[in-house]
Design a protein around this ligand. Structure first.
Ligand code: A3P
Length: 273
């Protein structure tokens, strides 16, 4: 029996596992782990620790299986799960709607150019013999040539395409878009928006964060499972490789119309150059 269960039992309370009522659906490398770790400080939030991949890979296992992956909750506590690949999974919108049409959907978005580089940085850390970024990003590996939209790190940044699939199943009012950039610069402001959107009391605030100048990111004074100050793990906030500014510019030009479309759809200008 876990200490948490023991605590519940001693209180005469019966914890139950619930299907999530809110999901962090993406985007990969947007800052999804940071958001999950920050929101789960809230006493009325319980989160599945690792990515469950239910609506993409594990759907045939059924909702009962999914519910068993969730932490026990008490009445009034909200269950949340994050799997960033949901955003780009074709079947996910219909499946999530089938679970619960009022599911709240959180999407952390980040400049698609830096997001692509971040994605590449993660990939090369697992597979060091990968070709350089500027060879993979263009068809024929030629700078100035056509951007290869079939390459995962590029394709995933076409947010408007993926969002239009979701909007066939959910109204815009059920989404909250969080700026990955602002989550780094001012996590408390973004967390205020998240708590309001989820109908939670504003508990997570400035006092939970400090800026760790070694890490170069906001870190937490304490959180679930840590009573001392700590930052996210080594795989979050990696150094990116140097990329030729010409390549960056070419990518910026490529994404501009897609970004503008995304701003129109969401009604938010994320300010990506
Ligand atoms: P980089 O490693 O490229 O800097 P995800 O959790 O969705 O995979 O996103 C990872 C990204 O979260 C990191 O990408 C980093 O920029 C960003 N991030 C946002 N807030 C962070 C924080 N407080 N600590 C570390 N990384 C953070």
């Amino acid at each position: 029996i876990s200490p948490k269960y023991k605590f519940f039992r001693e209180q005469g309370l019966r914890p139950m596992r619930q299907l999530p009522s809110a999901l962090i659906i993406g985007v990969k490398k947007g800052g999804t782990r940071a958001l999950l770790e920050f929101i789960r400080i809230h006493p009325d939030v319980r989160a599945a620790g690792s990515e469950v991949h239910f609506f993409d890979k594990n759907y045939p296992r059924g909702f009962q299986w999914y519910r068993q992956r969730m932490p026990p909750t008490l009445e009034g506590q909200l269950t949340i799960e994050k799997t960033p690949s949901y955003f780009i999974t074709k079947e996910a919108p219909r499946r999530v709607q089938h679970m619960n049409p009022s599911t709240k959907l959180l999407v952390v978005v980040r400049d698609p150019v830096t997001r692509a580089i971040s994605d590449y940085t993660q990939a090369i850390s697992k597979k060091p013999d990968m070709k350089p970024f500027d060879q993979l990003v263009f068809i024929n590996s030629t700078i100035g040539c056509i951007v290869d939209t079939s390459w995962g790190p590029v394709k995933l940044g076409l947010y408007s395409r993926y969002l239009s699939r979701w909007l066939k199943y959910f109204p815009l009012s059920q989404f909250l878009f969080i700026s990955g950039e602002r989550l780094v610069v001012d996590p408390a402001i973004e967390l205020k928006r998240v708590q309001d959107f989820l109908g939670l009391k504003r508990v997570v605030s400035e006092r939970h964060f400090y800026f760790n100048s070694t890490k170069g990111f906001p870190c937490l004074f304490k959180s679930e499972g840590h009573s001392t100050p700590h930052c996210l793990g080594k795989t979050k906030g990696r150094n990116h490789p140097y990329i030729d500014p010409i390549v960056i510019q070419r990518l910026r030009d490529f994404y501009r119309p897609f970004n503008n479309r995304f701003y129109q759809m969401t009604g938010i200008n994320f300010g990506w150059a």
